[in-house]
Design a protein around this ligand. Structure first.
Ligand SMILES: *[C@@H]1O[C@H](CO)[C@@H](O)[C@H](O)[C@H]1NC(C)=O
Length: 411
């Protein structure tokens, strides 16, 4: 009975409550967010941001009423709408060992072996799915003539961290070992991802450099990656702290959700209370505002006084996972970084994670790794997920996916 009542009750609550929530969200959006000059299509962005906020409120109401979990509401919405069938592609759901994947292949026969691309989707480790990225994955498959394998890793917190890395790595190794089965040249497999997915890419490429039994990863493709959990005062974090759609505290909020930690720690983590002085000192040479070029610091940035940081051992105890190399691939040592494959790296100007990308770019270049860098000057974090939605999308989403695809095509 409950099974039937739940969707009906959910729909009723939504019908009555949602319009009100949307108006409230629009108010919050205008009152609390800042849209810097030069940002891509600001009015449309406000609308999307208000929608995002309303999903939070709506999800919280449904969770309070014990109808649905907030995260499930967010997951439902971010799955997007399925596109029409594409007769030129063969799309299959498969298992690589115990890891679920979705494989996209051009139907047109190829006389030579194709290149391969593994894709790890974004969504803060807690939402997003291969469905959310369906349009992007099809586009890359067609335009770059690549066999694309998208990994359906289990989302947190139900699937505890760091299972996401384990599953993505397993899928990568399986694809490399069985490339022949898909008419793929195992020496031409690249690994790509966006946001937290790009974090997984960075880490897995680091883990794979020591594997002599596998072909080398051909390239890594990092689209607005998050790469460290130590410094949330980097210039981009300050400059974009109130830019939609990911506020500075939103990052930590999802971080806590992902790691199954209480969100009451958000303020302490934002204030860097989780970082012991020794760790701050150790990684200062790789993660510090001084390493960000001056041209990125003109807009609203204040250097932070280290004397202001107050270390709280109990916060460190709870959050120390985010200071490990798994969560923070920026902390990997030089002898690993210098073995990394050629890299495509995309950063967005209006993104709190911009400087994570810029810092990794510097580390790669300092270690002699070739980097193709694209900076989307008008873009916000996560915008690519709207690629392929026509007038509901943004020009910056199109540019990001096209530039990424061009790099993959030329591999
Ligand atoms: C998440 O944490 C809660 C308590 O804090 C615990 O009961 C639950 O089992 C944890 N979930 C997972 C998947 O580890």
């Amino acid at each position: 009975m409950v099974i039937f009542l739940r969707p009906i009750a959910g729909a009723l609550v939504t019908l009555v409550v949602y319009p009100v929530l949307f108006l409230i969200s629009l108010g919050i959006q205008y009152a609390r967010s800042v849209l810097p000059p030069g940002i891509d299509q600001p009015l449309k962005l406000r609308f999307y941001h208000a929608t995002f906020i309303s999903v939070f409120l709506w999800g919280s109401v449904l969770e309070k009423l014990r109808l649905y979990k907030f995260l499930n509401v967010l997951r439902l919405v971010t799955n997007g709408l399925p596109p029409f069938r594409d007769p030129s592609l063969l799309i299959q759901n498969e298992k690589f060992g115990d890891v679920a994947v979705k494989i996209y292949q051009p139907k047109k026969a190829s006389t030579t072996k194709r290149k391969g691309l593994l894709y790890f989707h974004g969504g803060a480790g807690t939402y997003g799915s291969v469905d959310s990225y369906e349009r992007i994955l099809r586009y890359i498959c067609k335009e770059a003539d690549a066999v694309v394998v998208a990994v359906k890793y289990g989302l947190g917190p139900e699937n505890p961290f760091p299972n996401q890395y384990v599953e993505c790595e397993k899928a990568a190794i399986h694809f490399m070992k069985h490339a022949e089965d898909f008419n793929v040249d195992a020496s031409r497999i690249a690994i790509a991802g966006d946001s937290c997915g790009a974090n997984f890419v960075a880490r897995i490429c680091q883990l794979l450099v020591s594997r002599d039994d596998l072909p080398k990863v051909h390239a890594q493709v990092l689209i607005y990656p998050g790469l460290q959990g130590m410094d949330f005062y980097l210039p981009s974090y300050q400059q974009n702290s109130r830019v939609p759609i990911m506020w500075r505290e939103t990052v930590i909020y999802f971080c806590c959700l992902y790691l199954n930690k209480t969100t009451s720690l958000i303020n302490d983590v934002l204030e860097s209370c989780h970082v012991p002085a020794a760790i701050r000192q150790k990684y200062r040479k790789w993660v510090h505002a001084d390493l960000i070029p001056d041209k990125f610091k003109v807009r609203g940035y204040k250097p932070q006084d280290p004397a202001l940081y107050k270390f709280k051992p109990e916060v460190y105890e709870e959050m120390k996972d985010i200071l490990e190399e798994t969560f923070s691939p920026l902390f990997a040592s030089d002898d690993v970084v210098h073995k990394l494959p050629q890299t495509f790296l995309l950063t967005c100007e209006f993104d709190v994670l911009r400087d994570d990308g810029l810092l990794y770019k510097k580390r790669l270049e300092d270690n002699g790794v070739p980097v193709t860098w694209v900076h989307a000057e008008n873009a916000i974090h996560g915008v690519a997920i709207l690629f392929g939605y026509g007038i509901f999308s943004f020009p910056s989403a199109k540019r990001i996916v096209r530039e990424t695809t061009r790099f993959i095509k030329n591999l």
